[in-house]
Design a binder for this molecule. Sequence first.
Ligand code: ZN
Length: 505
Amino acid sequence: MAYLQFLGAAGTVTGSKHLINTHHSDDGKHGLQVLIDCGLFQGPKEWRERNWQDTPVPAREIDAVILTHAHLDHCGWIPRLVKEGFQGPIYATQPTIDLCSVVLPDSGHLQEEEARFHNQKRSSKHDPALPLYTLQEAEDCLKLFEPVPFAEKKQISPELAFRFVHAGHILGSSMIELFLTLNSDVDGDGPSRGGRSDGARNPSPQSGAANGNTRKFLFTGDIGRVPLRPTTPGRVVRSGPDPNEDPELLVMESTYGNREHPHDDVRPHLARIITGTVKRGGSVVVPAFAVERTQKFLFLIKELMESGDIPRVPVFTDSPMAIKAVEIFMKYADEFTDEARALVAKHGSPLAWPGFHFAPKQEDSKKINDNRYPCIIVSSSGMVTGGRILHHLLLRLPDPRNQVLFIGFQAPGTRGEIIKSGAKSVRIFSQEVPIRAHVAALEQFSDHADTTELLSWLGTFKKRPRSTFLVHGEPQAASRLQQAISSGLGWKVDIARWLEKVPLG
Ligand SMILES: [Zn+2]
């Protein structure tokens, strides 16, 4: 019996990991074992502790990983999997591999920093505290990556093949169409709800396999904004997942299953905020994730400057990882929107734009603080949990002429969320820093489709899947999306549970 098992992103938005076993029998024999994504659990401790647990099947027995995109909650556990004995190929698109070569070593570095911090403060129950993996271990695992182009069908064993299709979420992001051929598939049972590993529930029989004995499954990974209008302004890479799908079983994200983003053009809002700040002699400080969000922001700023909608003030990007990511973006202009491509054709790489400064070294970063005239500073981390953004905010938060602009999600409990919530002060480097600067947030920058957009995409399906499982959502979001799909489209939808197994035939 082939099965799918949810090893992460079930009941939460992190730790994406779905195991496919192409044949499993009671005597313990198994077929090909493949992981779809291999993400890090992030957020509350209860979830993070799962990063230290072994996978239900030994890592060395997993044959391959197929990766949707380069966000840590989808790829950040790969170095640990390798450390535990995995030696197979990791299939991904080339842009995803390039981004992983920046993101994974940085994650290893942060793991080491965290362990060092706990050892200095003696704040861990473990003595000594160890990193989940090191920078070196993250770099070592990069040799296992194998590029697979979009739309090319890759046969990884006689019974299993897959194809990457566009997810339109971040650069290189893909959904995975998985094709499973079962030799023993004579009765034509379709995928159906199974039970937890601790007590299987009866599969409900369904008839007829999709293509003879080959079944098609779709794993969405994260789904990008779905254009509801002909143009979606302000994006660098192409927007939206590929339409017209027809899987038998769908495993779909539900991050914003209960949220609507503003659907209007972000540019007028951005122009008003920046122009207002410059007029009062202040600077704009933008905490931003280094990969994708920073690049998107820079492209928009350039566009607004060129159209004369904002004054030409210096723009400082203070994040070494963001600079490396800009270089990677420039390699993939074919994935850009028409607007972004035209901008680059006319003005070249952001790294060479006049008035745009990049500060890869610490001393360059400090020099930005000498700027007393209006400027725009983009720095990370995006939720102000660490990094160089702390220095910029420490200096500029107390001045009412300045502006803090959030363009990303701020998780509860982070400094970013404290500042965004209207607090009078925030603690940075053991100091209580008064917040007198203006604070604004623009939600249009999200890289995830909202509920209306998800339903709009599902509406393009050529046929309804027999089974749909929602993953990658907080319980409330998944439950709202389940209701919306059931009532809007009449589909049978289940919410995936952690370690749940779904028989596949
Ligand atoms: Zn993502």
